[in-house]
Design a protein around this ligand. Structure first.
Ligand code: ADP
Ligand code: MG
Length: 415
């Protein structure tokens, strides 16, 4: 009985160490889409985990082999999806067939069952905010099938084996997922801290300069206007509007920036969100039709939140403008106001069918001065995210190159 403890510990230790190294090399995230290269790497690493498990089986009675290989299979299928999972599954199957023996096909069956079960929970896992519920459901369902298969298809083994093996399997399963979830959380917190740090540096810098620059700019703009209106000089007449335009742009950057630092907590009030969103949609409609973009607005309920309607409008305008600007032709923007997934929250969803963003671009969005536009400031999204955070909300981007972008602003409702 005790002889099972050692290989069990080895199995778990190996799974843990590979998991840690994996996280070091590619920090785990809750990404909405994983590209092909990553899926291949996921499949490859989980295959190594499974192979390592199979090299150190917990128990071999006759021609049976018991180990934890299915744990990495479920792990990779839940987090990485079907393609990554199938790589791992085939590795397990090939290895098991290679090892041979009377029960090889039972091993193949178990791998297929494990894969199908995790794949059927994959969509739910991705969407759910209660990840643990899905993790336990997947593990539980698999265990039922696993026990049934082992009991019916493999000749009775020593009685003490069953409870020990299945308990060890469950414990290992639990710990591996616990560790993975912890790592994901730690990574998210770390990213958040880095992001906030970058923002605070940007904010402080702005505070120091913004005011000082604005006043002389206003003077220069006034003088320029004056000179250009009272002149016969062609050069001045031609270039003055350009100069004024540039000054206005500079001014806009400063105004945007100042919104960030302005302590506006005291102006918070109960805001009718339906009205704010409708107003913003109307405001941006002109710009949209200028770009031949259609806008549709739908509201599913009445919502009130605690915040500042002016700031909220600014945020929504920023997001809608980005949506409009991402569209080349046949543009359609859907704006929906609906209940959030969590109770007591409301979602404002802005969906466009524009250019979309790659994963690398998605990572950079919200950083100060990140822009891909020749006349962009790269401040809109940063300010939006910051203002939404101030009232306890979140901004989530989902995007696919060539298909479009969906921005979800989640806010706590007022009650
Ligand atoms: P700016 O609009 O001045 O470039 P933003 O902070 O508003 O600055 O946006 C930063 C960048 O994020 C944009 O330049 C663009 O590349 C990308 N982006 C933002 N929203 C969208 C969207 N809806 N679709 C595609 N790309 C977007
Ligand atoms: Mg913008």
């Amino acid at each position: 009985m005790l002889e099972m403890a050692r290989p069990l510990l080895i199995n778990i230790a190996m799974l843990f160490s590979v998991l840690f190294i994996w996280n070091m090399v590619m920090p785990f995230r809750r990404s909405t889409s994983i590209n092909l290269k990553k899926k291949l790497i996921y499949g490859f690493i989980s295959s190594i985990m499974a192979l390592l498990c199979m090299l150190f089986p917990l128990e071999t009675f006759g021609e049976t082999v018991f180990d934890l290989r299915i744990v990495p299979l479920i792990l990779v299928t839940l987090y990485g999806g079907g393609f990554a999972g199938i790589i791992c599954m085939f590795t397990i199957i090939l290895m098991r067939l290679g090892m041979g023996g009377e029960y090889a096909w039972v091993g193949v069956l178990i791998a297929i069952v494990g894969y199908i079960i995790s794949l059927s929970f994959y969509g739910y896992f991705k969407r759910s905010i209660r990840k643990w519920r899905v993790i336990l459901l997947t593990g539980g369902t698999f265990m039922l099938f696993y026990i049934a298969i082992v009991l019916t298809l493999i000749v009775p083994l020593k009685a003490y084996f069953y409870p020990i093996y299945f308990t060890s399997f469950a414990i290992a399963y639990f710990f591996i997922f616990y560790l993975t979830e912890r790592l994901v959380l730690i990574n998210i917190q770390l990213e958040e801290t880095v992001y906030l740090e970058k923002l605070s540096v940007a904010g402080k810098m702005a505070a120091a300069i913004a005011h000082e620059i604005r006043n002389p700019l206003t003077t220069v703009r006034g003088l320029l206007q004056f000179i250009s209106s009272n002149t016969e000089d062609e050069k001045i007449k031609n270039y003055a509007p350009l100069m004024i335009e540039e000054i206005d742009r500079t001014n806009k950057i400063i105004t945007d920036y100042l919104m960030l630092i302005k302590p506006s907590k005291r102006d918070y009030e109960v805001v009718n969100l339906n009205k704010v969103v409708k107003d913003t949609t109307n405001l941006t409609e002109v710009l949209a039709s200028y770009h031949a973009v259609k806008m549709q607005y739908e509201e599913k309920g009445d919502f009130e939140i605690h915040g500042n309607s002016q700031e909220l409008k600014q945020c929504l305008i920023n997001l809608i403008k980005n949506a409009i600007e991402s569209i080349e032709e046949k543009g359609l923007i859907l704006i929906t106001l609906q209940n959030g997934i969590k109770k007591g929250t409301v979602d404002i969803v802005i969906q466009d069918n524009g250019a979309g963003m790659s994963e690398e671009q998605l990572e950079k969005i919200g950083l100060p001065f990140y822009t891909t536009k020749s006349k962009g400031t790269g401040l809109g999204t940063m300010i939006t995210i910051q203002l939404i955070r101030n009232i306890g909300g979140k901004v989530l981007y989902k995007s696919k190159i060539g298909e479009g972008t969906t921005v979800t602003v989640t806010l706590p409702t007022h009650n």
